[in-house]
Design a protein around this ligand. Sequence first.
Ligand SMILES: *Cc1c(COP(=O)(O)O)cnc(C)c1O
Length: 410
Amino acid sequence: MSDTAHSSLMPTYRRLPVAFERGEGAWLFDAAGERYLDGLSGIAVCGLGHAPPALAQALAAQARTLLHCSNLYGIPLAETLAARLCELTGMRRAFFCNSGTEANEAAIKLARRHGHARGVAEPQIVVFEGAFHGRTLAALAATGNAAAQAGFEPLPTGFLRVPFGDAEAVATLAATRQDVVAVLVEPVQGEGGIRIPDAGFLPALRRLCDAHGWLLMCDEIQTGMGRSGRWLASQHGGIVPDVVTLAKALGNGVPIGACLAAGAAAETLGPGSHGSTFGGNPLACRAALTVLEQIEAQELTARAAVLGGRIAGHLHAAFADHPGVVEIRHLGLLIGVELAHPAPSLPTRALAERVLLNVTAERVVRLLPPLTLTDAEADELAHRVIRSIEGVLAPTAAGAAPTAVPGVAR
Ligand SMILES: *Cc1c(COP(=O)(O)O)cnc(C)c1O
C-alpha cells in the first residue's frame, strides 16, 4: 500500500499504511475487519458519514433511471438542485462541475469577465497568504503555498496576494490600483491550518467590494454544507457574497462542484463561455439533493455546532496548559490544534489508536469528522485524538531511544 516503488499509481500522495474496504457511519474497516474512527471524513467530504443508506438508495435508483445525458438538454435535477442551493445561500444561479478546483476556476473566469465588462484589460483578483484553492493552474496560482506551486511555472498571472485577515492591506490595494475586480477568500482557511479570521474581516471585505464594484467570492469548498454550524461559514459574518464555490461535502463522495453567483455576477457567463461534460449530470445532482435533504432532516448544521463545542471542550481540557500546544481553534466541526513543533509522524501514530486525523500547515492537527457523530462517538474521537497527540508531545526520557513509530499492527 505504502510501497510506491511497486505501485502503478503516480506517487502524488504519501499514503499511510492502511487501506479501507468498507465504511459505516463514522467508522472505516480495513481488510482484516479492524475498525477506525474517522476524524477526517475523506477531507471534509463525507459529512453524512460513510455509506449513508438514504444516499445509497437514491444513487441506485438514479443509476437505474438516468446517469448522464449532457448539458445540451434540460436536466430537471440540476434545475432543482440549483434552486435549492440558491435558496440556502442567497445566490441567484449555479454552474455545476466536478470538483472544488473546477468550481474556483469557474469563479476566476467569471471574475475576469466581470472585469472586462467594466473595461479592465488585465483584471486582478485579490487572494491571501496561506490560501488553498485547488490544483488546476489558475486555482494553483491563487493558492498561497509556494511548495504546491514549485515546478509548475509559468503560472497564470492576475492575482494579488495579501496577508490573511488583513482588511487594511486590501484597502491599500483599493486605494492604489484600478485593475482589481474581485476578492477570493476562504471564510476559514482549511489547508492553511483552520485559521479563523477576526469577526470583522469578512464584513470589511464586503464593504470594500461594495465600494469599488468588486466581487466578493467565498471559497466554501471545505467550510460549506453545514460543517461550520451554518450552511456557509460566511453566514457567521452576517454577509452575503457575490460568488460562492462548493464541492467536497456537496455529494458526500460523489464528485460534484458548484459555482454559485448572485446579482450581476449571476449574468456574467453566457452560452458558450464555460462548460463541463459531466457537470450537473443527473447522478451527481441526485446525490447532492439527497445530501441537502439529509442535512435538513437530521438538522446537521446545528448538530455540527454542538459537536464542535463538545470535541473542542475535551481538547481544551487536555491541552490548555500544555507547552507543546499553541492554540486550539474551532468553528463547528472545523477543528485545529496548533502544535509548537511539526508533527509529521502523528497521522501514522494515530492509526495505532485506530483514529484518522490529518496534520496540515506542518503543525496543525486538523479534525473534520462527520456531522452525524453521536455524542459517544464524539467523546471517543476526542479521547483517541488526545492520546495520539500526547504520543508525539511526550518528552523522550533522557538516554532513551525515541519511541518507534507504531505500525498498523498492535
Ligand atoms: C479541497 C479544496 C479545494 C479543491 O477541491 P478539489 O475537489 O480537490 O479540487 C479548493 N478550495 C478549498 C478551500 C478546499 O478545501
